[in-house]
Write a protein that binds this ligand. Sequence first.
Ligand code: GAL
Length: 739
Amino acid sequence: MRKIFMLICLATVLFLKAKAQEIPIEKGWKFTTGDSSQWSSPSYDDKSWKPISISHSWESQGYPNYDGFGWYRLHVVIPSSIKEKSYLKDSIRLDLGIIDDNDEVYLNGKLIAEYGGKGGNIKTSQYGPRSYVIAANNPAILWDKENVLAIRIFDTGGDGGIYGDYQKISMADLMDNVTINTEADFGYDDNDNLVKSIKLASNSKYPYKGKLAFKVIDPENDAVVYEKLNDADFTAGKPFTYAFNLAKLDKKSYRLSYTFTDEKSGKAKSKTEGTPYVLTPYPTAKPRINGADVFGAHPGNPFLYMVPATGKKPLIYEAEGLPAGLKLDANTGIITGVVNQKGDYPVTFTVHNRLGSKTKKFTIKIGDLIGLTPALGWNSWNAWGLTVNDSKVRVSAKTMTDRLAAHGWSYINIDDGWEAPQRVTSGEIVPNQKFPDMKGLTDYVHSLGLRMGIYSSPGPRTCGGYLGTWQHEDQDAKTYGDWGIDYLKYDWCSYSEVTDKTPTLADYKTPYQVMRASLNKIPRDIMFSFCQYGMGDVWKWGAEVGGNSWRSTGDIEDTWKSMSTIGFNQVADGPYAQPGHFNDPDMLVVGKVGWGDSQHNSRLSPDEQYTHISLWSLLSAPLLIGCDLGKLDRFTLGLLTNDEVIAIDQDALGKEARQAIKTGGYQVWIKDLEDGNKAVGIFNTSDKYQTITLNLKDNELSGYAKIRDVWQQKYLIISGANYTTKVAPHGVVMVKMSK
Ligand code: GAL
């Protein structure tokens, strides 16, 4: 115990020491839009420039919808004491946070780092915070004097500028070369204990030798429930592996902490992660029909719907009351055909297996509206970025069929990166070599009962620098129709270059109206998803312009800050959600994400991931999974296959939850449901466990005394006028309340 205590003291001292070696650079920045080579010069007078914060994009600081060049400048003293106090004295590190999109960094007029290039060329493997390492003897650095740091940024669209956390100048440290790799999945042994191994690795020849302290902490009371100190030696090419198993834990996320301390230097590095816990009950072997209660299609267009059902296979499907023109495949549950007659058709689905049968009432609405409930599917962007290709899409489609479609998931959407650099001579768009046969791929996706989505921009180029649809709207819509596309994400991106610099409301609408008209000429139901980050309060006119959904925010990232800021701010747009037209707070960041070829586990903790899925379901958001579906672990699968949670997202009333309570530490969101019941999310936004009480006499909830925990799928026994529940840090309890 004493040893551990000393270790903590040592760690604290090291932490304080480390802090003293950092120069915070969050404050004091000046900014201007535009571009000039003079602005990198240390002698340039930037007094007339406006102050700016580097915690938020420039859009939110008086430059709404500004795309193009912008410059940031900071005057900062770099004391040589940071060099003296550091163990390795050879380089300094510049942590700048997120830069959107491309940048050139000048120190005292000299270019010291750059990323990307004007108008795209984004290397997605480096998507995320910018961190530059510069040799300490670089003559650009003026030690102990004022330095001028000038950053030239080019934003291709959406959020722009510098934003994020932990921005600083520091010495590159011995521990910068050490990775505590926690990427291996948690597994389960025969007794259902959690098993895992982590790796300490380095790319430096330095022989790291010391101790790895491993702790299991109960976040409810911060008590250490298990700890172990291990010898740990490693160097480049020879990692150290630590494997452990954890006997059955309660159903909550425990904090695991790993701290390596190097004996010789006294330097330490730590990492923490939460243990996963699955709340979703395993589906029973008896048949059950899942998913939405309604589906809309246009008369005369090809119809495709797969009845989502769980239960031990083989399952046999039946449908009573199908409108003329549709037929059901009894073995797959896939309904296809064409209905010419408008109308609401009540249908009864039945699914049988050896253990029984189940029926469900369903309505097929043939009319003007499609997308009556938010889209449920997968999109390639958060997983693969621009590295998406045919085989990754096929794996995703196959996995969706095998593991997710039974719960209602149906869209396979290719995001940016599929387009060839040039149109063919007739002007048609064609896929690049990563997609040798788009029609064949779409046919394959359809054969599984799933739908296919694609991506473009109304501008000349997409956000990733690929070819956009500008002036080829009819042609592209026709091509999509010929391939059999069912969903189009249409991303503003470079459209700013072809419209006024400060677009009017009419300018915001134009590209979407033009493409709407082109899509209307195609005999297919194509879901139209606007992606323009909420500009011009898109929620107020998205429906009228014919969008089935519209992004209400900039891009999401797999951090609590990003996800919670986006999710808990969906207030102004809430009232505009309705069947056929939904707000889109961006795609999901659960599972293995990466925006490129190298993937990592979502940096959201398990409780934050429960919050993400619960909140998005309450918001009636399109749920577009953004992870590598080929590598779904038990936890992620549990998150994505809870039928009672999905039912809240897919509720036919199509309303969005209201923020009913917002305090410094928690929020309550309430969503009205088609059956008169309420879905209620109780979110702990603090980083401590909390006991939260809902007053059931409260007007809105008065009389709703029957409470069902939807994640655990069980009724709760409560007495009295209050419902009190414990909620994990950044976690949620989601219930359905009925009279
Ligand atoms: C962004 C968009 C992302 C993704 C990306 C592709 O503007 O918000 O979701 O589509 O472009 O380049």
